[in-house]
Design a protein around this ligand. Structure first.
Ligand code: DGT
Ligand code: CA
Ligand code: CA
Ligand code: ZN
Length: 580
């Protein structure tokens, strides 16, 4: 009953506006009408058609004036009274009311004094210290608003997997270590390594769930318990992360893990296969159905489950029902690149530009992370805010790279440092350093860092032109997106993939969790076209080499194998693939 809901929403809205003006009684009357309408079992439009205005007035809590507004909405699709109120004070009340400590009257004050209309205005004003200057608000309430905003931004949306992972792993580990827990694993989109996750689904095996659930809902970082039961509980952490815990018996472990790993679309496809085989699949197992009897077939492990369905085992990263089931049936699944397969990293920034650490520190950290080679790829001069390198400084840096490599070698640390660049692609598709300099480098990355808003055609031509450069080896972060901050620029990726194939340019999978650029769909295009990719950390500090894991996950989600990823190859083979 969409119409009923729309009208209820309008009445709630009117109530809020009236409350802002401190009008007595009327707000509560509108609220009551809204509540009744929400709970009503009949469609208002239908009631009106049959009994007219009288039938509406007969609804408890609906009076003459509310009935007329319902009639007006049925006839015109709007309620003028409400539209007028909104025009007088055009604020996003719903969003602002979610901020702790803000009620209708403070929202009104914020609008009248500071023209705050929405959450983003509110954040700006709070950060500039303007809210504390208002009567009735102080430094404390300003702080509280900022805290609440931070919490809301995390809680409302999805979390970027790389940022949420440490907390998720920590919770899982604590549960795994409890007495009576045979094992604990993370399922859901976290196990499938999606770029962002709505919540973390933890699965534990135990014969005695009660004390485990008790521990879970009483963890000190829990902000709110949203469900509590012996088989399933759910909490919201103070960080904003939502966590589900399910406890299953050992004989259902594989089936439960499979079910709660998803994706939903993958599950549904598996269930259909089961049905075609005269079986039934659910989170408890795979069963043969014989009349009223159900006979357990498989479910202790995922492997036996897939086998019983006539499929090869499918890695979680592929379980989106985008062709993996067909591949599994025909024994054509890719042999995905493994989490330990990278030998090098081809995008590393240092303190020569916007990185935090020296070449030496980065090189040591990379060696420690088990890498055999890295490319030092600082920004170029067009990116003035990063102190991008010009011709002179990049030549100096090349000399310094050689010195560091020698120094490390003398200590027995054998890591190859490639001389590289993250050369800026200028607006017209030319590169920020002359070919004579680029030719001296071992490896040249190119990237877009400005003019994001060109037309699709211009952007595509610009990037393709840069890829045609005979020194350009890798296109860094090919689509320029920043998750939850900036959309990809408008570019024809089919054309870019074609150009990559034609020119022998590598496309990067940037592993920074907020970039994850290329995305899975484009990785699959590259795999299909035979375009090679690199998985790079885009490290700006020594700890960033750990993030390569998320790039590998992304590659696996795109069906990539070791043969598709150049820095999974030994150095001589990788170098041979580069242009020139
Ligand atoms: P998320 O949390 O939005 O990032 O995505 P998921 O995939 O983790 O989804 P979530 O947490 O709602 O549920 C976890 C898994 O449980 C999901 O991947 C598949 C399974 N599941 C949930 N609801 C359904 C359903 O209605 N049907 C089926 N077949 N599976 C479901
Ligand atoms: Ca989930
Ligand atoms: Ca969930
Ligand atoms: Zn950078």
């Amino acid at each position: 009953m969409a119409l009923n809901n729309s009208i209820a929403e309008i009445f709630y809205g009117i109530a809020e506006y009236l409350e802002m003006d401190n009008i007595p009684f009327k707000p509560r009357a509108y609220e009551k009408a809204a509540e009744t309408i929400e709970a009503l079992g009949e469609d208002l439009a239908e009631m009106y058609r049959k009994g007219g205005l009288k039938a509406l007035e007969a609804i408890p809590g609906v009076g003459v004036s509310t009935a007329e507004k319902i009639e007006e909405f049925i006839k015109t699709g709007t309620v003028k009274y409400y539209e007028d109120l909104k025009r007088k004070m055009p604020v996003d009340i719903d969003a602002l009311r979610k901020v702790e400590g803000l009620g209708p009257q403070s929202i009104k004050k914020l609008y009248e004094k500071l023209k705050i209309k929405n959450v983003s205005d509110l954040e700006k004003a709070a950060k500039r210290g303007k809210i504390r200057t208002l009567p009735g608000f102080g430094e404390k309430s300003e702080e509280k608003i900022l805290k609440s905003l931070e919490f809301l931004s995390k809680a409302s949306g999805r979390s970027i997997i790389g940022f949420a992972m440490p907390e998720i792993k920590n919770i899982k580990q604590r549960i795994a270590e409890l007495k009576g827990v045979e094992r604990a694993v993370v399922a859901g989109s976290v196990r499938r390594r999606k770029e962002t996750v709505g919540d973390a689904d933890i699965l534990a095996v135990s014969k005695n769930p009660k004390p485990i659930m008790d521990y879970f809902v009483h963890m000190p970082e829990v902000a709110k318990v949203t469900a509590f039961g012996e088989a399933k509980s759910a909490v919201k952490m103070k960080s904003g992360l939502n966590v589900d815990l399910r406890i299953v018996p050992a004989e259902s472990y594989g089936a439960a893990l499979n079910y709660f790993t998803g994706s939903k679309a993958h599950n549904i496809a598996l269930r259909e296969i089961a049905i075609k085989k005269g079986m039934k699949l659910n989170e408890y197992g795979l069963f043969k159905v014989r009349g009223k009897k159900e006979i357990f077939v498989a479910g202790r492990t995922e492997e036996e489950l897939y086998q019983a369905l006539g499929l090869r085992y499918i890695e979680p990263e592929m379980r989106e029902n985008t062709g993996e089931i067909e591949c599994a049936r025909e024994n054509k699944l890719p042999h995905l690149i493994g989490y330990g397969d990278l030998r090098g990293d081809l995008q590393v920034q240092t303190s020569w530009t916007d990185g935090a650490e020296s070449i030496e520190t980065m090189a040591r950290a990379a060696a420690k992370a088990g890498l055999a080679y890295i490319a030092i790829t600082d920004h170029t001069k067009n990116l003035a805010m990063t102190h991008g390198l010009d011709e002179k400084r990049i030549l100096q840096q090349m000399a310094e790279i050689e010195n560091v490599e020698k120094k490390l070698k003398s200590e027995g640390i054998t890591i190859t440092l490639l001389k590289g660049s993250e050369c800026d692609i200028l607006k017209d598709g030319s590169l920020d350093l002359p070919d004579s300099v680029l030719a001296k480098l071992d490896i040249v990355g190119i990237g877009v860092h400005s003019s994001f808003h060109l037309s699709r055609d211009e952007q595509t031509k610009r990037i393709a032109r840069a890829m045609e450069n005979k020194n350009a080896d890798i296109l860094f972060h090919p689509t320029g997106r920043i998750l939850q901050k900036r959309d990809a620029y408008d570019v024809d990726m089919d054309e870019i993939v074609t150009t990559a194939k034609k020119t022998g340019t590598i496309l990067e999978i940037d592993a920074l969790p907020e970039r994850a650029d290329l995305k899975d769909e484009y990785i699959r295009k590259c795999v299909e076209a035979g375009v090679k990719m690199s998985i790079d950390s885009d490290a700006h500090s020594a700890i960033h080499f750990q993030l390569l894991e998320y790039g590998i996950a992304q590659a696996r989600r795109g069906f990539a194998e070791r043969k598709d990823i150049v820095n999974a190859w030994p150095l001589p083979q990788m170098k041979k693939f580069l242009k020139g």
